[in-house]
Design a protein around this ligand. Structure first.
Ligand SMILES: *Cc1c(COP(=O)(O)O)cnc(C)c1O
Length: 446
């Protein structure tokens, strides 16, 4: 086995993007893989470390996406790699519900301790964010013996049948994939940039609308769960106005509704808190996690009040691969990295650099309608200057320009006009500033 040295944390282009090798390889991709799959950047990756992706042509690309908020601890983080190697040599699988093993239990202990609230908690491990959301809904329905699930405009919860129904946006997630699961009710999401009034007014209006809809159209006593992303991810990094989440949590409590925070994208230090709900001291009944949990290995979890999680009969929950030992080893490595590298503080620091640079750009380029987000989860919404009309074309040009210069950024938004930034939390200040100077050039090129 050859020893791989870490990649230098610098941007380096040796060919155009895509280079000749990637171009050839992508022909095979087109031939072999489903046309239903998308692609954010047209290069094929050979290696990666921390915030740098190396493609097969030798280009070093700055990663401002973290594989959609997954490699928070950096790509191929040392503690993750070491623990994975150790585990894969020990054993690869038993199925936790056939013959249990320690690192599944340890991951659950850690989740129970690190998620908000001092109440007794228990956890369940599964493979993906969507599977975790499905399980949270299953458990909430079982516990409350109620059918209805309340979700929000602009939400994203996954691509399985139930989670498609929970997700708001039709194209590309739902188009032609119905019929969808019943008993899902969508309520307004306060989207400050497009709503009228100050934050307090918007919060009040939104709570009025949401509770009116639940009380009059569904009946609060029929609602098993209110499910919300504390900052919406795919929807465009929509940050609810202050007071909205606490009011929802209180309404849930008053009505015997399970309040579920989908922290799949916001979790694990991303927003400058371990979990985004901590910003306002909200304590959910259940927290759903995935993405940043295991440094790149597939793992997801539902963590909730013990009495809720234990309400399900034995063998009512499970799955062949859920909480695979290698993924659990990776999660322990990732959690240790977050703690020892103090990545919560690091996310705040990234947020300061990112936020101030993006606000500078917004002053220079009127195509940037709003800068929003928290910590290392920030986005810009692009508009036709002087209006709030979506500017999808500008988004396309900016993203392509960044790619051509070796900077990977992701898009989002119900109106497909948001550029989002989810850098690994270990990105160096120099690398981040280099990427932001490329972004400046991208807007100058418009
Ligand atoms: C990505 C995401 C999901 C789905 O996770 P998968 O692992 O892709 O199934 C669910 N909720 C949110 C908020 C997400 O960002």
């Amino acid at each position: 086995m050859t020893t791989l040295t870490n990649l230098t944390q610098e941007r380096r282009l040796v060919t155009a993007i895509p280079g000749p090798k990637s171009t050839e390889a992508l022909k095979r991709r087109t031939e072999a893989t489903s046309g239903g799959l998308g692609m954010a950047i047209p290069v094929v990756i050979e290696r990666a470390s921390d915030a740098i992706l190396l493609d097969i042509d030798g280009n070093q690309i700055i990663d401002l996406g973290s594989g959609i908020g997954v490699t928070n601890v950096g790509n191929a983080a040392q503690r993750v790699v070491d623990r994975v190697i150790e585990q894969v040599q020990a054993f690869t699988h038993t199925c936790f519900t056939v013959a249990p093993y320690m690192n599944y239990i340890e991951v659950c202990e850690k989740l129970n301790a690190m998620t908000p609230g001092s109440h007794k908690k228990k956890s369940l491990l599964v493979n993906s964010g969507a599977e975790a959301v499905e399980n949270a809904v299953k458990i909430a329905r079982h516990y409350t013996k109620r059918p209805a699930i309340v979700v929000f405009e602009h939400s994203y919860h996954g691509r399985t049948n139930l989670t498609m129904a929970l997700t708001a946006k039709n194209m590309p997630y739902k188009e032609g994939f119905g019929p969808f699961a019943p008993e899902i009710y969508r309520v307004p999401m306060p989207y400050s940039f497009h709503w009228v009034g100050d934050q307090a007014t918007i919060t009040e209006d939104a709570i009025d609308m949401v509770t009116h809809k639940i009380d009059k159209e569904i009946g609060a006593h029929n609602v098993a769960a209110i499910l919300i992303e504390p900052i919406q991810g795919e929807g465009g990094f929509i940050v609810p106005p202050k007071g909205f989440l606490p009011a929802l949590a209180k309404y849930s409590k008053d009505n015997g509704i399970v309040f579920i925070a989908d922290e799949v994208q916001t979790g694990f230090a991303r927003t400058g808190h371990m979990f985004a709900v901590e910003e306002e001291g909200v304590v959910p009944d259940m927290v759903v996690t995935a993405k940043g949990i295991a440094g790149g290995l597939p793992l997801a979890a539902v963590t909730g009040r013990a009495e809720v999680m234990d309400s399900v009969h034995a063998s009512g929950l499970g799955g062949t691969y859920g909480g695979n030992p290698i993924a659990c080893a990776a999660a322990l490595g990732a959690m240790e990295t977050i703690e020892e590298e103090n990545l919560v503080a690091r996310a705040k620091h990234i947020g300061e650099i990112l936020g101030s640079s993006l606000r500078e750009l917004a002053k220079k380029y009127p195509v940037i309608g709003e800068v929003r987000g928290r910590g290392a989860m920030q986005a810009i919404e692009l508009v036709e200057p002087g209006t709030k009309n979506p500017n999808t074309a500008a988004m396309g040009v900016v993203v392509k320009y960044c790619q051509s210069q070796g900077v990977l950024v992701l898009t989002a938004g119900t109106y497909s006009n948001v550029v989002r930034f989810l850098p690994p939390l270990v990105i160096t200040d120099e690398l981040l500033k280099d990427a932001l100077s490329v972004l400046d050039d991208a807007f100058a090129s418009l």
